[in-house]
Write a protein that binds this ligand. Structure first.
Ligand code: GDP
Ligand code: ZN
Length: 365
């Protein structure tokens, strides 16, 4: 690759982590690209040739249908380009540094990756009061973010509507110690420079938060563009013509990228119980002091958690929130196990069918 095209890829987040994985694959005539949109398994990627539309190879499709591992927005993929036609074939997906998953719609507990290789997640709440600010929800999104491998940053938007910002910040600090908190206004442009600090060259950010807190307004303000609907933007194509294009990963003029996918907006809990430790460090630390190892912190004698609540050192609602998330994650884990068993069964059925078919084919040869 030439220096110039390497520089372009670096702006997109290409680094030695992916470079090493890419080298190991040794697919002749291949090069890396990053997925910026996905619709019904039709992909768009950024490559050193610019934007290309992409399809996955038969081999990758076969593997993906067995394992459910399709490329996702943000993924680095291995392509073979057909530059003249502005097309390419995706042959493989490079290992992800981080990933956001959700349960596949329906009752089956299957993982679907909705965003890959996100470095920073802005957990957004609104300072306009009501349901736009919720500490329990912040805890939930923090758990989700830690479990993805990305780092969370808390954004309190609509600071222009709030007379007592410091009070809100103090409340958030109590549930998110060690996490950076920024009070901003998307419409006034206040505090956006601080957010830009996380979006330096090669870094990717995503936004989590319920609808109405101002995620779109923030993303538009950072990108300096106006999007009509999520994903629809007017862009100049490689011939300089203006067209509307669907995309879910946006490049900033400064070199960073922002991912905004419908999947991220509907994300449900998909995490491990261990991830709770990062968010409920205070409860986990207190629990170590309980007399019984398996203390559930109800009426047990010598319970350090209930003692802390009685002293006023721990908020009872925080313990409730912790319990609720724990129950949810346990429920998910048991469904996951069950679904893994079913999947294994289905896989063997496919394999034995294939063996049968090849046997019949041989007979006819
Ligand atoms: P999303 O659903 O999280 O993407 O939220 P939107 O970006 O659609 O914003 C919801 C509403 O809040 C819109 O009416 C915005 O104009 C408004 N809004 C967003 N950011 C701000 C802000 O910083 N200050 C004020 N006053 N309103 C805002
Ligand atoms: Zn206890």
């Amino acid at each position: 690759m030439t220096d110039n095209s390497t520089r372009k890829l670096r702006e997109l987040g290409w680094n030695s982590f992916f470079q090493n994985q890419f080298k190991l694959l040794q697919i002749p005539g291949s090069e890396p690209a990053r997925v910026f949109s996905e619709r019904k398994q039709a992909y768009q990627v950024y490559s050193r040739h610019g934007e290309l539309s992409a399809r996955i190879s038969g081999k990758l499709r076969h593997r993906a249908s067995m394992e459910g591992h399709y490329p996702a927005v943000g993924d680095w993929v291995v392509i073979k380009p057909q530059v003249e036609e502005r097309k390419c074939i995706i042959h493989d997906i490079l290992p992800r540094k981080t990933k956001f998953s959700r349960k596949v719609v329906g009752s089956r507990t299957e993982e679907q990756v909705v965003a890959a290789n996100v470095d920073t997640v802005f957990v957004v709440n609104g300072l306009d009061g009501g349901r736009n600010f919720n500490l329990r929800r912040i805890e939930r999104y923090l758990t989700l973010t830690w479990s993805s491998g990305a780092s969370p940053v808390i954004v309190l938007n609509k600071v222009d509507l709030c007379p007592d910002v410091d009070e809100f910040i103090r409340d958030v600090e109590l549930v998110a110690s060690g996490v950076h908190i920024h009070a901003v206004s998307a419409t006034e442009g206040t505090g956006l420079d601080a957010l830009m600090g996380y979006l330096t060259r090669g870094k990717t950010a995503a936004f989590l938060g319920p609808s109405g807190v101002g995620k779109s307004a923030l993303i538009n303000a950072l990108l300096g563009i106006e999007r009509q609907v999520t994903g629809e933007v007017r862009v100049a194509d490689h011939k300089g013509r203006h067209t509307t294009s669907w995309r879910e990963l946006f490049l900033l003029p400064s070199g960073g990228a922002v991912i905004d996918t419908p999947g991220m907006r509907e994300i449900q809990m998909w995490a491990d119980e261990d991830d709770l430790q990062n968010v409920f460090y205070d409860i986990e630390a207190l629990a170590e002091e309980c007399r019984f190892n398996d203390c559930q912190h109800y009426e047990e004698p010598g319970c350090a958690v209930t003692a802390a609540i009685e002293r006023g050192d721990l908020d009872a609602t925080r313990l409730e929130s912790y319990r609720k998330l724990q129950r949810e994650l346990r429920h998910l884990a048991s469904r996951e196990e069950q679904s893994a068993r079913l999947e294994e069964k289905a896989r063997w059925k496919k394999i034995s069918q294939w063996v049968k078919e090849t046997k019949t084919m041989r007979k006819h040869l």
